[in-house]
Design a protein around this ligand. Structure first.
Ligand SMILES: [Zn+2]
Length: 164
């Protein structure tokens, strides 16, 4: 239980002046973001958004996976999403390594064979972004009224660059 005591203490301080009780789960700015798990990305702040404004789906690389599509469909139909941003980023480990390199690195860290583990590395980030945006735009349960954009987030400047 001690493993999380620092975080639990921080949570008690957070809850002490908690103002958001009763808040609904709708995306108040009508925004959904698919982006990477990278700790350099602060999805709300980079768009000037606040708590409650957006649905955020994260995974390694910021890919539009089947799970991401599930989240987007729910977001669009039940949670007020009208605009979707797909946001991979510069210096992403998923685009800087090959599948074989990641398997070697993870295998060395784990001390066991990792050659069976899939990581879905990205060979060409812009091509992957085009494919991902197309998946969202052509999804039969995501209507054309929903705006879908593809962007690269530059982790060293904080700027978003729209590609699609
Ligand atoms: Zn990344």
């Amino acid at each position: 239980m001690d493993d999380f005591s620092d975080l639990m203490a921080a949570n008690r301080a957070f809850a002490d002046d908690f103002q958001l009780g009763g808040f609904d789960g709708v995306a108040h700015a009508g925004v959904a973001i698919v982006t990477c798990m990278d700790s350099r990305i602060d999805p709300l702040r980079m768009l000037g958004l606040q708590h409650g404004d957006a649905k955020i789906f994260r995974n390694p690389g910021g890919r539009v996976t089947s799970a991401a599509l599930e989240a987007l469909v729910l977001g669009v139909h039940l949670l007020g999403v009208e605009r979707i941003l797909v946001v991979p980023h510069t210096r992403c480990a998923m685009a800087a390594n090959t599948e074989a390199e990641l398997r070697v690195k993870v295998g060395e860290s784990a001390g066991v064979d990792a050659s069976w583990q899939q990581f879905h590395v990205i060979a060409d980030q812009v091509a992957a972004l085009e494919e991902d945006v197309r998946k969202v735009r052509s999804h039969p349960l995501i209507p054309d009224t929903v705006k879908v954009g593809g962007f690269i987030y530059h982790v060293d400047t904080g700027l978003l660059e729209q590609k699609l």
